[in-house]
Design a protein around this ligand. Sequence first.
Ligand code: DNO
Length: 379
Amino acid sequence: MRMTMRWFGRDRDSVSLNQIRQIPGVKGVVSSLYGVPVGTAWETEQIRALQREIEASGLVLAGIESLGVPDSIKIGSPDRERHIEAYLTSLERLGEAGVHLVCYNFMPVFDWTRSDLAKLRRDGATAMSYDQPVIDRHTPYTLSASMNRQSNGYALAGWETERLRNLESLLEQYQDVNAETLFSNLEYFLHRIMPVCEKYEIKMAIHPDDPPWPVFNLPRIITGKENLLRLIRLADSPFNGVTLCTGSLGANPGNDIPDIIHALSGRIHFAHVRNVRHTGPGCFEECAHFSQDGSLDMFKIMQALYAIGFDGIMRPDHGRAIWGETSMPGYGLYDRALGACYLNGLWEALEKSSSKKTEKTEEIEKIEKIEKYEFFNFF
Ligand code: DNO
């Protein structure tokens, strides 16, 4: 397992690479070319520049979150071919640059959705929350305006105002798209990109829908075990995999996360590990990563990942806003750093108490020995 953090780039993030480097056990970041509009092919030089900047801080670019999929591909509209070509070009250039993990999602129009980005908690911190009755009183317009108003001035990934400029026509284009259409458009997309992913060994990791149920009557399909298994079957390649986002899937109390982890063994390429607190039907609040603060058993989740020999990239996920920090909602330094340390602690305990070490663990040990050697030689 490799612990990383998400980093939004020097111009967008309140957290610096140097701060991230000081979190014990964090060796890399996942990032993206946030300034490039979804649907445009990424330039090699932009990818290399991002890598150089990250490496100059002693970290590595461990993967891309996200390489956005344009709505045309999700809808299956005529410009999808042009957009798939651009996507393939970006994948090829990423592969040539040695990037082997790409996170993406297949949510129509909107990415993750919340009704409140700064709900006051009993501990005095604030956290994001979702309340279905509140969402039901919103239109897509009022919700996107409200989310952007609460974003502390940061551009919210997935809710960029430029992306939502053509909201009306976009919503119209989705009128005939149901869950089945979405599945078959996802299948088409996967079949087009898998040959390139196989050539460059790029693991595609679809992010679950957040929350994992339809929002504003738009279908959502990456919602639970059955559909995740269906997704895996759409393209029979080890490079067609999943981002196991415990908070997104865990928003539905019916999703048994350890069970899903076992079912997806071998296809979990990226893990977003965070807790969530169920507050009522269709309602949840984000919380600290610590098991007792939320509804998920984080030890059982890490235990399941350990049991399947998970050796991919992991990151802590949304945190509370604590200790007076102002950041992009969910993406401050402090609570995510606490989360990373907690998850690393659980993992260390699992490793040290395990009697049988898997081959993968031994491989990781070898890499760590080399890293230690390089570290001492550095000084
Ligand atoms: C929210 C994130 C998502 C995720 C995308 C992946 O905080 O987990 O925005 O990055 O859905 O494409």
